[in-house]
Design a binder for this molecule. Structure first.
Ligand code: SAH
Ligand code: SF4
Ligand code: F3S
Length: 443
């Protein structure tokens, strides 16, 4: 069902479904629409709903289609009309006209073209077709409004796209080739974020550690950000093992504001599977890399991503993933069942793994990861550290913040969101820890 006539929307809602970069894009689209004079509201009442989608696994894509139906049904029942629907993000890029055909949405805009959203919305309001999945050479960032209100922990995209072509992954197709934003633009945006209230900045990229500009690498950028007054913490994600340079490892020892946390996906523990995935690192080279990081920063919290049930994965291959987890002892990790994605080489490989085998492997892997996560949390009990308060907790007077090791820390305090406080970690569970306040460092 296509909404009959579309008057120009006055209110909007953006819903993001994907990775941190997708969330960053969603925030920037909100800022863009607000700069056009539209008012932010919730998806149930908005004149324009932007679904900022993710294509990484099958369930993510299917969710978009069911969401479109749900939003329309709900709005029809409540207000007797349906909103204008814009599909943004990686499903928009991958499926383009297919979404218009299948779900009759009003606007389709890819992740490299969303600076054109206001123009596309205006076109749709005139009843014209509004699809833009272009990948312009000139990046969108120069066309976006300045940052205004931001959370204490803010994202900053510095690099986009991927040239690695892991055989299971859609990202090189949905986000395009690796591109780095220029140094000066990043420094300006970082200063604007700090001016707007950010105390922590997480530098984002599909391969953030591949960032470079005129011979300078991510570690040079981190050193420069370290000098920004008012900024207390720096993080970066996601890194690829092959782009993990010596300078970046050293930065973990030398740059005070760089937090002791590293998310470094490995995907599998068996060299045979890593090869079939086209990961271009081995189990051993990955483990040696982590040894190098731990040598300079012994308290570093390590995180990873895993895929179980990649085509051809045997019990013996999977046992190597478990043994890798045992030897690394991650502070946290994400694990996924392999999902065949259209157009990727792995989707056509022989020996696709049955669902029940994947289920069983995922359960065993997650049990091992949870065990290590709880052990990591337990090992931090008794440590004193700073805590950046980010949101309210469930109990009265309780706030939740992040430790340097990215643990969620619960704290009862008079401090407010955005404050940095010093705490002692006093107890630990599988998913979070509790702290007791020491002294207030700064407001
Ligand atoms: N660029 C980052 C993140 C990519 S997407 C990186 O290389 O690490 C985040 C995670 O999703 C990946 O690390 C991988 O574990 C998972 N993933 C990607 N494609 C997948 C697929 N087809 N099926 C299941 N998991 C997938
Ligand atoms: Fe996907 Fe691999 Fe690129 Fe990560 S490195 S985005 S998993 S192709
Ligand atoms: Fe998803 Fe696109 Fe991010 S596919 S994981 S939203 S880059």
């Amino acid at each position: 069902m296509k909404p009959a006539a579309n008057s120009a929307p006055k209110t909007f809602a953006v819903k993001s479904f994907g990775c941190q970069m997708n969330v960053y894009d969603g925030d920037r689209m909100s800022e863009l629409m607000a700069a056009q004079g539209l008012t932010a509201t919730d998806a149930d009442t908005a004149d324009l709903v932007v679904l900022n989608t993710c294509h990484i696994r099958e369930r993510a894509t299917e969710k978009v289609y069911s969401d479109i139906g749900r939003i329309r049904k709900h709005a029809m029942a409540k207000h007797g009309k349906t909103p204008m629907i814009a599909i943004a993000g990686c499903v928009a890029q991958a499926e383009g006209e297919e979404i218009v055909r299948r779900a009759k949405v009003d606007v389709v805009v890819g992740p490299q073209a969303y600076h054109n959203l206001p123009e596309l919305v205006a076109k749709a309001a005139r009843g014209e077709s509004a699809l833009d999945t272009g990948m312009p050479v000139e990046m969108k960032f120069g066309h976006l409004p300045a940052r205004r209100r931001v959370p204490p922990s803010a994202f900053l995209t510095v690099q986009e796209g991927c040239d690695k072509f892991c055989t299971y992954c859609v990202v090189p197709y949905t986000r395009g080739a690796e591109v780095s934003r220029p140094w000066a633009h990043i420094i300006d945006e970082a200063k604007a974020l700090v001016g707007a209230g950010a105390r922590e900045i997480t530098l984002l990229g599909q391969n953030v550690n591949a960032w470079e500009d005129d011979g300078r690498g991510l570690h040079d950028l981190i050193v420069a950000l370290d000098r920004i007054e008012g900024l207390a913490r720096i993080r970066y994600t996601t890194s690829h093992p092959n782009d993990m340079r010596e300078g970046l490892i050293r930065a973990h020892a030398e740059v005070e504001k760089l937090m002791p946390f590293l998310h470094l996906p490995v995907q599998a523990g068996s060299d045979r599977i890593l090869k079939a995935m086209n990961r271009s690192h081995t189990r051993d080279s990955y483990l040696r890399l982590l040894d190098g990081v731990r040598a300079v920063r012994p308290d570093i919290a390590l995180s990873g991503d895993f895929i179980v049930g990649f085509p051809g994965e045997t019990d013996a291959d999977f046992a190597e993933t478990l043994s890798l987890v045992d030897s690394v002892a991650y502070a946290q990790a994400f694990s996924f069942k392999y999902s065949p994605r259209p157009g990727t080489p792995a989707a056509d490989m022989a020996d696709q793994i049955p669902a029940e085998v994947m289920d069983e492997r995922l359960q065993r892997l997650q049990a091992a990861i949870n065990r290590d996560q709880e052990a990591f949390n337990q090992a931090t009990v008794g440590r004193t550290c700073d805590l950046l308060l980010e949101r309210k907790g469930k109990l009265p007077g309780q706030l939740i913040g992040k430790s340097p090791w990215l643990q969620s820390v619960h704290l009862v305090t008079d401090a407010v969101i955005g404050d940095l406080v010093e705490v002692e970690i006093v107890s630990a569970g599988a998913n979070s820890v509790a702290g007791v306040e020491r002294v207030s460092i700064a407001a």
